[in-house]
Write a protein that binds this ligand. Sequence first.
Ligand SMILES: O=P(O)(O)OC[C@H]1O[C@H](O[C@H]2O[C@H](CO)[C@@H](O)[C@H](O)[C@H]2O)[C@H](O)[C@@H](O)[C@@H]1O
Length: 747
Amino acid sequence: MPSLSCHNLLDLAEELPPSPLRLPRVMAGASPSSPASPSPAGPPRRVIVSHRLPLRASPDPAAPFGLRFTVDAGTVAYQLRSGLPASAPVLHVGTLPPAAAEAASDELASYLLAHFSCLPVFLPADLHGKFYHGFCKHYMWPLLHYLLPLTPSTLGGLPFDRALYHSFLSANRAFADRLTEVLAPDDDFVWIQDYHLLALPTFLRKRFPRARVGFFLHSPFPSSEIFRTIPVRDDLLRALLNADLVGFHTFDYARHFLSACSRLLGLDYQSKRGYIGIEYYGRTVTVKILPVGIDMGQLRSVVSAPETADVVRQVADAYKGRRLMLGVDDVDLFKGIGLKFLGMEQLLVENPELRGKAVLVQITNPARSEGRDVQEVQDEARAISARVNERFGTPGYTPIVMISRPVSEYEKAAYYAAAECCVVSAVRDGLNRIPYIYTVCRQESTALGDAPKRSVIVLSEFVGCSPSLSGAIRVNPWSVESVAEAMSSALRMSDGEQRLRHEKHYKYVSTHDVAYWARSFDQDLQRACKDHFSRRHWGIGFGMSFKVVALGPNFRRLSVEHIVPSFRKTENRLILLDYDGTVMPESSIDKAPSSEVISVLNRLCEDPKNRVFIVSGRGKDELSKWFAPCEKLGIAAEHGYFTRWSKESPWETCGLVADFDWKKTAEPVMRLYTEATDGSYIEHKESALVWHHDEADPDFGSCQAKELLDHLESVLANEPVVVKRGQHIVEVNPQVSACKLSIAVLV
Ligand SMILES: O=P(O)(O)OC[C@H]1O[C@H](O[C@H]2O[C@H](CO)[C@@H](O)[C@H](O)[C@H]2O)[C@H](O)[C@@H](O)[C@@H]1O
């Protein structure tokens, strides 16, 4: 595969055939109350974008298109509506459920829009397969869950394949195309869900620089050491930074993202009034941390349904006299089902009294993706359970019961309500809402009487819900002994302790439901976008490195047509030239001025109407050596502490009392931090001391810089100095109230 530079990736995606079916704009914007058009008066429309629409489809010859569509109330994309302002129109954008894929047509789009506020994105089958099963499920999904494709045969993971990445981009672009047909970019709020659409913010930002875009990542964001292995890591990070608000379930995921931004893109973040913001080309990208909750209303209606109560009693009856533990998982490489079964085996090895009593019922949801990994997970789980059942089972007693058939929500709720313990042993999971659902079912089911409610959760440390469930027995799922021990503790726990832990969990889960999460995200998205109208936006960068530069309303681009006539008609010109990063590119290794720079400066200085100064933070000795060939050039060194009008004129100081005793206090403190921070160093200036950490580890360096700033401020509190933080520096300067650039009088 020939390599492609990043800047032709968008173009490449653009070369692929556009989505064959298009929604006519006239239909899309038909009625003012339609979700396909923005609301003119009420609250702005919310556009929820997810890989799949929150719909189910089943064949029904009597229904339009031969398909019966129903809302899939189990999806987060649908549940989050409960937290949005009641009067705001909501539009869902996503692909059709698999059963309906072949029915794609403009008529179907109109039907789904009118009846379900759902606007389908039609992806050709081949593209959809490469996008979802190829790039998403066999590259991104394992990687986000810490599985590196070390060899081509690494279980479940594929090495990075640029062709599949292009399919991923093409699919994301098809989403942007669909959105373009209906979006009112100055009014709508767009909320993108999950890793399938990681590239979408870039496509949207390119078309609508002022669009209001939120993104929530439901999977883990891995350590930057894992993330940096992705060959297109910068594209993906920049895409997230093209959103206004980026949300994660846990602090760890956010921390990994911030660290990736800092290590890979050199971007710093700041925490202001409780909000974390990354400055990105004049825009502030806000980072939010809040785990998704469950839909309390929907779950309550399932738990309280009579059919659930019947099954609760049947399950309780079937396992009477046993100690019932429950696991509910997708068939997925990372759910640790095999490890859970090994833990169960160990439990029975170590606790003979539990043989014949302890039962683990494991419900496995249908596989969401296809491939060898899914088959191997199923085969492994079956093999271990068969071995354990063979070893410890007796007539009428099966220690591990695997339920692999489709199980209705009612039946699942019944198992949750009946089980005394829930076991989640995933080795990685973005959140995992199973323990939340279990807690609510235990609390709200009345099928087994009204005794005080209790529950116990054995929970992997590696799932996103772990930090929020402090009453769970947390385990390292990789340690079979720990899982067995945790199961044993759960089964031996007193009723009183189970009650206390249960109450704590129920209080959290019932108050932090999906509506709470959605409301909070929605409000933060509004806050993150509030300055959009007061800024001016310019798009820069090619392909996936496209970004928008946001500038204040008074900013005007300097144009040559403007400057040249003004320059010509001016009799007295003061030209102040910043050195590093202006005259001298930041990236240059040799910081001395080139002969070309010297000659340009000399030409400027020759004009009697010009007064030219180089202004720099550098010391006077270095600058005078470098600019020795420029006889008439003025220099302001150490940020104007020293100035000289020309090579022949003397250096002047800005009139401050030359008391540098404070250096005796500041320098040892800086030295301490230099020794403790590999890569940092002190710059000694005549008027100042500067601690640099640009070559230290970015996270550690900025952490140490914060600490050093505090430290210096406290030890120098009574000295006539100012301690400041700049980009990768901490600087101590004399107080400047009386210190003005004497050259300023010229202006
Ligand atoms: O299998 P996919 O179609 O690629 O979807 C990925 C998973 O999405 C959902 O799980 C994710 O979101 C949950 C809610 O925030 C979170 O609990 C979980 O950890 C995330 O992975 C869905 O529930 C899973 O079945 C999908 O596999």
